[in-house]
Design a protein around this ligand. Sequence first.
Ligand SMILES: Cc1ncc(COP(=O)(O)O)c(C=O)c1O
Length: 399
Amino acid sequence: MQISTLAREMPVSPIRNLTPLANEAKARGIDIIHLNIGQPDIETPREFLDAIVEAANETKVVSYLDSAGYLPLREAMSGYFKTLGFTYEPDEILVTHGGSEALLFIFMTCLNPGDEVLVPEPLYANYVSFTMPHGVKIAPIPTKQENDFALPPYEELVPLVNEKTKAILVSNPGNPTGAVMTQDELDRLAALAKKFDLYIIADELYRELTYDGRTPTSFAAMPDIEDRVVFVDSVSKRYSNCGARIGCVASKNKDVRAGVLKFCQGRLAATSLEMMASIALYKMGNDYFDQIRKTYQERRDVFVDRLNQIEGVSCYKPGGAFYTICKLPVKDAEAFAAWLLSDFSLNGRSLMVAPAPAFYMTPGVGHDEVRVAYVRDIPDLMAACEILEEALKVYPDRT
Ligand SMILES: Cc1ncc(COP(=O)(O)O)c(C=O)c1O
């Protein structure tokens, strides 16, 4: 027996594939600072945990709920979106198991095998896991750290479209870069979508995490393209609730909703207690967001400044999310990330980072870059920088 070609060819996650080395290091007694994964350390709001207990106390049978999602949750989501100026009604929202399932269902609904989706690069590596099973190819829109990961001008976007291109997928604020798109960039992509009749898949999980007073930009707030926009949200990041696995697809396009609903029905329903408890999240006030924004911005400021003080390191100062891309003075970031776990420690601690090549579809790019997530407190982030600095001094394969 053999597993499928798809399973064999599916790339391993760059975020998790060094986990065995991290586990071995932990078994040797080394404390690993995990900057490889976007798992926030900020406490999940008490309101959610209390609501879980309340939902459990009121439940005798944990039954399937509506395949489209528990209606009171969709009402709460709609109410929250309206505070942002998005006009999604409860029946225009389908609850999914996180943004991940939302993306999987969107690709199965909007694209055919052989179709292409344009995505700014570097890109969230798991996009490959949502496109590849369905035979969809990612066509990268190249962006560069030297240029603050800004999109190319419209004239350079046009030649990237061909007869197979069916959609544009954008993570804004971006994972892995933390770059926040300007309204001008959104307008450029909207113009491209209108000219070539493309869907816009707006992955806006990190929307509330923008810094230095930036107002988040959103495709959901652009009425002239509302029929093309397929919007993705999730409680994972801004509510520090990755394990709840609650997200949604929202769209004004009724054909898209009808398609996504069929896939929702195929998996019956999203998790009941988590849907019930997530209502409390969508009712949280601005104070909560102000607080987490302040925390991440403070971390970003000290972390990025300190990283840039390390000889040979060049790190982008992101405007949003909680990631950044760092160029390191090494030949091969994958080998360096593995070496950190297998061969290096400082005062009993080491560091796990995500090598960047898997965030690029363009071969050979990102070989000297890593993605780091500032999802630890400032003392840990400072310790991580010290580990990196000392490690780079003795790493044998430095450039
Ligand atoms: C840009 C982006 N989209 C989607 C996801 C999926 O998140 P979840 O399935 O937890 O909602 C992530 C997770 O890191 C992400 O960074």
